[in-house]
Design a protein around this ligand. Sequence first.
Ligand code: KMH
Ligand code: ZN
Length: 304
Amino acid sequence: MTKQRKIIITCAVTGAIHTPSMSPHLPVTPAEIIDAAIGAAEAGAAIIHLHARNPVTGQPDQSIEQFGALLPAIKQRTDCVLNITTGGSPTMSIDERLRPVAEFKPEVASLNMGSMNFGLYPMLSRYGNFKHEWERPYLEGSRDRVFRNTFADIEKILTTCAENGTRFEIECYDIGHLYTCAHFFERGLLKAPVFIQSVFGILGGIGTHNEDVMHMKRTADRLFGDDYRWSVLGAGRSQMAIAMQSMLMGGHLRVGLEDSLWAGPGRLAESNAEQVRLARQMVEALGFAVATPNEARDMLALKG
Ligand code: KMH
Ligand code: ZN
């Protein structure tokens, strides 16, 4: 009998891309983020990718205090793999972004593979009225802001995490990022299996065409062979189509309100769990099964 393929679902529950006025369902307070993480884990997510926010304004917040308000409760109520962002938000310094990962030493940390433009400003045409003062300038400011991830920044995160046994969700927004990842792999700073999260549809990165997805996968196959595990995330409306394509090509997937606020055309997702359930239906319709957290730990060689 052939072994049933297991798909790792990562759920990125709040992120730093969307702002509170865009959806009433975007988790902001610690209680909301904790509930979102638990709901996603119960629905089938094996990995929870975490950002924190200021509980009053919803502004991305990379403080120890805010992450400290999330982690114990999530750990107590699920055994999912916790993945803490080092991306933070593009307005933060690298030291600020690294702080919670250095402090809490999670099983996984995100690691962005290059400096880039990160265009949030097109969302201004869709959303007019903002509840909080910071939202409009945050989106507007992305016209002239670089999401900084220099080689030295990447190396700093790699060496800090190596001491703590933290492994990585390697965020690749374009083909060049795969080559940067290969560079650190060849230097021995990244170890197999490398967990590559290919990001499609961010303005400033690769698009969402089928050819884009195939080019990413073929390039990663050529550079890493069996030494990597592939996952994808599609921004906005491309989310589920990109996830489906990944599964058909042997990959895993990421959903969550960080990446898309939607659960269908013009229909806001009411929770992260709703997106995980949609993804799970796709997994099972293809004859695959969702990976448990421990199966994900095995597949990605995490410290557990
Ligand atoms: N926001 C996503 C496109 C990070 O947190 O390090 C990628 C991300 C970055 O999740
Ligand atoms: Zn993130």
